[in-house]
Design a protein around this ligand. Structure first.
Ligand code: MN
Length: 266
């Protein structure tokens, strides 16, 4: 089963992560899920996941995705994750991946490569993302040993309307699941109850690591004072989001238009 590695690495008595279970069956043309989870573990990284054949294909991207086509981002393929993992946000108290998980982006994806399984085998998958933060055309391409590791890929944005010289991980660092939550807020439990039933480990190596993670989470947090001062930027952010939503709906409209044009031709 595709989720064997996932299962092997975890003790489900001790972790709040979802059980290894296959997701819904999909037909060609059905909407597929994607997400990016920002993961403050022993090292900060971003887990990029694409739904395929009932599981989430997964890559750990140390620097996170970039919407600048010049920035090719290293993406190390990791074990497939359960479909239900996709909306996970919260604290992994101990064991594999111990740390804080933030749902940084999610949405739908569609393949641009004709045969996804073949594209995955050759290591050159082209696709479109429709998330809150990441949109448009992308490619994930296997490096074939460049840099040494057999599981290393590069995640690259194609040039289109959704590309730009913006540092998206800095520009939009917060959760899309718990509005505007940072790691500290997720740690404090300002996130749905389901995923933070277990308190982080207090003693031993994990406890020591968690102390570091908590300190890092707090240092990354803007804090209440700064947050109060950013009200104006918040409004701008809300406006940006509106603008992006408007762009999105017009994109959907134009897509519909071209679809009806295509239908008219037939
Ligand atoms: Mn991770």
């Amino acid at each position: 089963m595709a989720l064997d590695d996932y299962k092997k690495k975890r003790n489900f008595e001790k972790t709040p992560e979802p059980e290894p279970k296959l997701g819904p069956k999909k037909k060609k043309g059905d909407e597929l899920f994607f997400c990016v989870q920002k993961h403050l573990a022993s090292h900060l990284h971003y887990d990029f996941r694409l739904e395929w054949n009932g599981v989430l294909l997964s890559w750990a991207v140390p620097k996170g995705p970039s919407i600048d086509p010049k920035d090719k981002r290293l993406a190390m393929q990791t074990e497939d994750h359960p479909y239900d993992y996709g909306m996970f946000e919260g604290v992994i108290p101990e064991g594999y991946g111990a740390g804080i998980v933030m749902l940084w982006d999610y949405g739908t994806w569609e393949p641009e490569s004709e045969d996804v399984d073949a594209a995955l085998r050759t290591g050159d998958l082209k696709f479109r993302l429709n998330g809150f933060k990441l949109k448009g055309s992308w490619v994930i391409v296997k490096t074939h040993g460049y840099g040494g590791a057999p599981n290393s890929w590069l995640l690259i944005k194609h040039k289109d309307d959704w590309a730009g010289p913006v540092n998206i991980t800095e520009f939009a660092p917060l959760s899309v699941k718990t509005p505007d939550a940072d790691f500290a807020e997720i740690l404090q439990g300002k996130t749905p109850a389901l995923w933070h039933s277990n308190a982080p480990a207090k003693g031993g190596d994990t406890g020591a690591m968690f102390k570091k993670i908590i300190e890092r989470a707090l240092s990354m947090s803007a804090g209440p004072k700064e947050k109060a001062n950013t009200k104006d930027t918040k409004n701008t952010k809300a406006n940006n989001q509106k603008a992006s939503a408007a762009k999105k709906s017009s994109a959907v409209k134009s897509k519909k238009k071209s679809a009806s044009k295509r239908a008219a031709k037939k």
